[in-house]
Design a protein around this ligand. Structure first.
Ligand SMILES: [Zn+2]
Length: 240
């Protein structure tokens, strides 16, 4: 028997990261291949690396397809429901053909209507944009209130779709929040706010920083774990 191996190079996205020391290959939750290279690395060398890793890539993608089949109805590219745990809202999602707008929102009923006659990934992107809008309406005010309550400073607040962080704080006390926080439980979002606000006092993860955190959030270890776990189990549609 002859086994033919597919060793052709897959499509991939290339990123240069100034902090990267090695070439890093990653399969995104949507099954796309992303290659991160350090500055000065020759991009022409990437295809050969991917061909060498093709068996691993195929296994990883197969595993993702399998697990996406088992996703609950809130977690696929066309979710039936969106649960904004942070604010206790459950939105029913409907799909309709021939909509002139990309997304219709009916607020009192908590109902969203999305176009169903376009590719799932494109439709999911409209949902992701809606989440961004909702997060901008909710998160900054909430963070300001928490800052006032804790008597900690906070200047500008931005809301974005960071891939690897729930939030960050700059030396100027500007805080950046991840829109996907809306999908997490209220206490976990409040904890993330406390974490970032404490960075206005200590811009590192030193013992002093954690002591400050513990003063405001005694259960911080549990919340840190919840944040880590939540990052791994976000719905597929937020990754579009
Ligand atoms: Zn931190």
């Amino acid at each position: 028997m002859t086994v033919l191996l597919d060793t052709s190079c897959p499509d991939y996205q290339l990123r240069v990261n100034t902090r990267a020391r090695h070439v890093r290959i990653r399969v995104t939750p949507l099954g796309e291949v992303e290659v991160v290279i350090p500055p000065g690395f020759d991009p022409a060398a990437v295809p050969a690396i991917l061909v060498k890793r093709s068996a691993w890539l195929r296994r990883t993608r197969d595993r993702m397809v399998q697990s996406s089949r088992a996703l609950p109805e809130t977690h696929g590219l066309r979710p039936q429901r969106v649960e904004l745990l942070a604010v206790g809202e459950t939105w029913q999602v409907e799909y309709a053909i021939g909509l002139s707008r990309k997304l219709l929102e009916s607020r009192p009923a908590c109902r969203l209507t999305l176009i169903s006659d376009s590719p799932a990934q494109q439709t999911a992107r409209h949902l992701r944009d809606w989440l961004q809008k909702r997060a901008k309406e909710i998160l900054p005010d909430w963070l300001r209130k928490t800052a006032a309550e804790l008597d900690l400073p906070c200047k500008q607040i931005s809301v974005r779709g960071q891939r690897t962080r729930w939030g960050s704080c700059s030396t100027q006390h500007n805080i950046s929040l991840n829109r996907n926080l809306l999908l997490l439980p209220k206490e976990t979002v409040r904890y993330l706010f406390i974490h970032e606000l404490c960075h206005t006092q200590h811009l590192n993860h030193s013992i002093d920083f954690w002591q400050e955190v513990a003063r405001h959030a005694p259960g911080f270890k549990t919340q840190e774990r919840l944040l880590r776990d939540a990052a791994r189990s976000l719905p597929l549609w937020v990754h579009t």
